[in-house]
Design a protein around this ligand. Structure first.
Ligand code: FAD
Length: 414
């Protein structure tokens, strides 16, 4: 069966949902084509396994006061936890409260590293972060934090990309789970689940899309697949994509991040407020605990970079997280774990990792990926946003911008 529509949006994650909402609101016939049996992509709340909501992917509304998803969560009546999560130098290290001197050292060290990154960016340098920080005594601590934040080791990430990332101090969680907000935002949209796109034939008049459920013909398409999935050529483009877009896709691979959740009975968790703990502060192969981050009796272990990738491949994430918990807080706490939930984002065929990190020398490839392939074929997704990549609000911005460009094109040439 051939489906005829105005715009096909491929992938129903944050970017695809944002694009589809904008296109629908402009009065266009739009269809989301989604390979999974659910919407949300890398934002997904599992509310059943642990008996409380657990965000397996995106959990934080970064830039929360300006983030479009915050307004959507409010409109859905969610309980947004407008509280500073207390990251940075204020968390525990190795299970202990650092003394004032080491906190001050840590704050000063981060400032020095950021200044080096910013100065290099202003000078137009784009090199591996590790090279820029080679002589910085704080380098190991910087790596300990940035590796799990970025999902890659500092030798494999562009200094300019990190310097361009726009941060704010407003990071809020959602009690019902951020993934639930994204899924709720797709309500009322035309979504075809379990529909894997395998080929797109495109020209100046439109697109012909081959899916696991048949053909779709549309006047235009927005492709929002993660870059690592595109790089595997999960979709065959005819004619092939221009070299510039292929290069951009290769230059913006996804890093590796994973989570291990431990569920406790409420009374068994000795912390009553959200608490953070970095297990080792002197190496990139470390993990971070987020305790009661969204007010649930959960300890979430966050892995990033090589450690995350290797342990996922070996099936060793849960054991490592449990050992780290014992090391920081003692064996007794580990005997009170009621249930465990482990993610596997690298092996997920529709994700292939966590979020994009530009290779050294490649920060400007984000703009290239966001440039329309043709007036009727566009890419969107977190990897396309220069300042908000790796986030849901970046996905929103990118999806909305691609939709607005297409609305304009289709109005001018019906
Ligand atoms: C562990 C982890 C923690 C994170 N933490 C945060 C956080 O706290 N805050 C934050 O803002 N962001 C966070 N992120 C990043 C955030 O989840 C992503 O940036 C965002 O969800 C990306 O949205 P997207 O629409 O660009 O891509 P995706 O959500 O990946 O959407 C792409 C969609 O395409 C579908 N697809 C793939 N292949 C095909 C195909 N062949 N045919 C059809 N459909 C296909 C996928 O199933 C998916 O639904 C985190 C991510 C991870 C993995």
């Amino acid at each position: 069966m051939v489906l005829m529509i105005d715009v096909a949006v491929i992938g129903a994650g944050g970017a695809g949902i944002a694009a589809a909402r904008a296109l629908r609101d402009a009065g266009l016939a739009v269809q989301l084509l989604e390979a999974r049996q659910r919407v949300g992509g890398r934002a997904y709340t599992d509310s059943t396994t642990l008996g409380v909501p657990a965000d397996l992917g995106a959990a934080w509304l970064h830039f929360a006061d300006e983030n479009r998803w915050t307004g959507i969560a409010r409109a859905q009546g969610r309980r947004i936890i407008e509280r500073d999560p207390g990251w940075g130098a204020r968390g525990l290290v190795g299970g202990r409260v650092p003394d004032d001197a080491s906190r001050a050292d840590s704050e000063a060290g981060f400032e020095r590293c950021w200044s080096l990154l910013e100065a290099a960016a202003e000078g137009g340098l784009d090199v591996p972060v590790s090279r820029l920080l080679a002589d910085e005594p704080f380098r190991r601590r910087f790596d300990a934090v940035m590796t799990w934040i970025m999902g890659v080791e500092s030798c494999a990430v562009s200094s300019l990309d990190i310097a361009r990332y726009a941060d704010s101090n407003a990071d809020w969680a959602v009690a019902e789970g951020l993934g639930s907000v994204i899924a709720g935002a797709a309500e009322g949209l035309a979504v075809s689940l379990d529909t894997t796109v395998t080929a797109i034939d495109w020209d100046d008049d439109g697109v012909r899309i081959t899916t696991s459920r048949g053909l779709v013909e549309a006047r235009a398409a927005i492709v929002t697949l993660p870059t690592s999935v595109l790089a595997r050529e999960a979709i065959r483009f005819t004619p092939p994509l221009p070299a510039a877009h292929r290069n951009a896709i290769e230059s913006l691979p996804l890093g590796s991040n994973n989570k291990v959740f431990f569920r406790f009975d409420d009374a068994d968790l000795p912390w009553h407020e959200p608490t953070h703990c970095l297990v080792h502060a002197d190496r990139s192969r470390t993990v971070h605990f987020g305790i009661r981050s969204a007010d649930q009796p959960l300890v979430m272990t966050y892995f990033g970079g090589d450690l995350s990738r290797e342990l996922e491949a070996q099936g060793g994430l849960a054991e490592y997280a449990r050992d780290a918990l014992v090391q920081c807080f003692g064996h007794e706490l580990s005997t009170r774990i009621r249930a465990t939930l482990v993610t596997g984002w690298d092996a997920d065929p529709f994700a292939g990792g966590s979020y994009s990190a530009a290779l050294p020398g490649c920060a400007t490839q984000r703009e290239v990926l966001a440039t329309p392939v043709s007036p009727r074929l566009h890419f969107a997704g977190e990897a396309c946003d220069v300042h908000h990549y790796g986030t849901l609000h970046g996905a929103w911005l990118s999806g909305t911008q691609a939709a607005e460009r297409l609305i304009d094109t289709l109005r001018r040439s019906p």
